[in-house]
Write a protein that binds this ligand. Structure first.
Ligand SMILES: C[S@@+](CC[C@H](N)C(=O)[O-])C[C@H]1O[C@@H](n2cnc3c(N)ncnc32)[C@H](O)[C@@H]1O
Length: 321
């Protein structure tokens, strides 16, 4: 584990951000597949994180307000289950939802915010530390799809650790990837850990589709911003006027989000030329929606993997939006 930088007396930052070369090679890999795609983790540069926050305030985006209402309604029970250990949020973003839980457990000693978006992570943790000065706030900039080691701090070695994974972010992972994520999380949270996950239920496409393709076009700006990021960080020459965004519900149980080429065209990333046909799609995200039974099956797959590797299944509480 790298050593911490103190961004304030109460906020320690551990920077495990993947190097720029990984971004380049993953982007080029995705662009050279028959179905072009980017990993959704690349959507969250500083501007992407701001646009995601704007999406969370939209009328169409029912997920944030619904999940916050569930957390408010059950905060005392959840606080009781968490007890006095450390809370670790995966994909912490603006660290807003955690405030509902922190208000219900003022005795909690440690909060670890883990996110790939470094500047946003730092700023959110500084804001949080200003509101909760007694809280030991640790920011870890890392990719949660990879195995992660926690810093060897005494209070993290001994105490009960609970993971928090809200926002239906687990829906961005394909079911096999979700099981792999849950296994990594369970390893990190052993031996007495727990995990609180926010999962979105299947529902009518009349509710789902506007949530991912809003009238103001912020979802579109959020997806297309990845092209701006590639132009800036990887010397790309995407012309944003030559692409549009689309999102639709696939009845197999997921929202699919794409950038669509408006013309036959070539784009360069550094020296590499990538050809697009008119109407060719580039996938930016899936958002899987679960039934309660489907999510239980996923948890069962995790339990059997953990048992075969001799690990103790952690307790898991699921909030459904
Ligand atoms: C859908 S947002 C959810 C934010 C917040 N937890 C909420 O519920 O509103 C996903 C968050 O996960 C982060 N993220 C996405 N992929 C990640 C990855 N592979 N590793 C770490 N963080 C990631 C993003 O930067 C973003 O802050």
């Amino acid at each position: 584990m790298v050593s911490a930088t103190y961004v304030s007396p109460h906020v320690a930052l551990y920077d495990l951000h993947p190097p720029l070369d990984d971004f380049r090679s993953e982007v080029l890999h995705g662009l050279t597949q028959p179905q072009k795609f980017f990993s959704p983790k690349f959507l969250y540069d500083k501007r992407g994180a701001e646009l995601f926050d704007a999406i969370c305030t939209l009328e169409e985006y029912y997920l944030t307000r619904t999940e916050m209402a569930i957390l408010r309604a059950h905060a005392p029970e959840i606080a009781n289950l968490i007890g006095s250990g450390a809370l670790i949020e995966f994909g912490s973003g603006s660290s807003q939802k955690i405030r509902i839980l922190l208000d219900a457990m003022p005795q909690l000693p440690t909060y670890i915010a883990l996110d790939i978006s470094k500047q946003h992570l730092q700023e959110s943790c500084l804001d949080l530390a200003a509101t909760y000065p007694g809280l030991n706030t640790i920011a870890i900039c890392a990719d949660y799809t990879q195995p992660i080691d926690l810093p060897s701090l005494p209070h993290l070695q001994t105490k009960h650790k609970v993971g928090f994974f809200p926002g239906s972010t687990i829906g961005n992972l394909e079911p096999g990837e979700a099981v792999k994520f849950l296994k990594n999380a369970a390893t990190l949270l052993q031996p007495h850990g727990g995990l609180l996950i926010g999962v979105d239920l299947k529902k009518s496409k009349d509710i789902l589709e506007p949530a991912y393709n809003d009238a103001k076009g912020i979802s579109a700006d959020f997806a297309l911003n990845i092209l701006v990021r590639i132009n800036r960080e990887l010397q790309g020459d995407f012309d944003l006027n030559q692409f549009r965004y689309e999102a639709f519900y696939n009845p197999i149980g997921r929202i699919e989000m794409y950038i669509v080429s408006l013309a036959d065209q070539s784009v360069h990333i550094g020296d590499t030329r990538i050809a697009f046909k008119k109407d060719e799609t580039l996938r930016t995200e899936y958002s899987y929606k679960y039934s309660v039974e489907e999510f239980q099956d996923l948890a069962d797959r995790l339990v059997s993997i953990l048992s075969t590797s001799g690990q103790i299944p952690i307790s898991c509480l699921v909030s459904i939006t």
